[in-house]
Design a protein around this ligand. Structure first.
Ligand SMILES: [Fe+2]
Length: 248
């Protein structure tokens, strides 16, 4: 059995720069996703003040087969390294999510801490679906900073189970330990965040939400939502994937 540090090292070895896959889903698949979101029941354990979450169950044995038929081959084709989808949900954000990694967002189907730590933290895939007004220019802001392993949450838990908060800033790679550089031309995307929450961070890339595209990043990489302008909520489908242990 690998130690936590060994798993973090394996995850770090598989780091990649975030990127976009144009037209990840077809217009028909987009319609199917929106219809499924609208018809699905709210997933209460992962719903909170900032967001309504609906579990796609795509990653479980009980998930809708059409979802699996559509998405599992797409997810498998993203990386040569074998991966497994460990979580998937629709989320309608009613306010911008603060800076975090997706390390903490381990499968919220009930899995023990020890089992979680045996996963090699992999990648997140977001498929933007819509804004409530059909207007606005939502973006996802990626930062240069990373934290390998679980627990990368600033600004309070995104939902009640995301209880791990960062206590040792020394674990964050490329943490500047300086005030955020407000001369950054992309600062306006995140000027709703306090100086305290931005401290130590620097922007890597800003990804526009082009509906039907996919935005892919390593789950260790810090990111957040830009402020909402021209819409009140935005909805995406997200897949959380881990890399599989090389058993050779
Ligand atoms: Fe996230």
């Amino acid at each position: 059995m690998k130690t936590f540090d060994e798993l973090c090292k394996l995850s770090k070895d598989l780091y990649f720069e975030p990127f976009v896959i144009k037209e990840f889903i077809t217009t028909e698949e987009h319609d199917f996703c929106l219809k499924t979101f609208d018809e699905s029941v709210q997933f209460d354990p992962a719903t909170h003040g900032k967001a309504i979450r609906k579990d796609s169950q795509m990653h479980t044995d009980f998930g809708p087969s059409r979802f699996k038929d559509i998405f599992l081959p797409k997810l498998d084709s993203i990386f040569e390294t074998k991966s497994t989808c460990v979580g998937s949900n629709f989320t309608q954000w009613n306010s911008p999510v603060p800076i975090h990694t997706d390390g903490y967002q381990l499968p919220y189907v009930s899995v023990g801490e020890t089992e979680q730590n045996e996963e090699i933290l992999g990648f997140a895939v977001i498929v933007p679906l819509r804004t409530d007004t059909g207007k606005g220019n939502p973006t996802t802001v990626m930062f240069n900073q990373t934290l390998y392993g679980g627990g990368g949450n600033f600004g309070g838990p995104a939902h009640p189970k995301d209880s791990e908060k960062i206590t040792d800033l020394g674990l964050i790679e490329q943490y500047t330990n300086k005030a955020f550089d407000k001369t950054d031309p992309d600062y306006h995307y995140i000027d709703h965040l306090s100086d305290e929450k931005l401290h130590g961070f620097s922007i890597d890339t800003v990804f526009n939400w082009n509906m039907r595209d996919a935005i892919v990043w390593h789950r260790s990489q810090f990111h957040c939502s830009s402020k909402f302008v021209g819409f009140n909520n935005k909805t995406h489908l997200v897949f959380l994937c881990n890399f599989k242990m090389d058993e050779t």
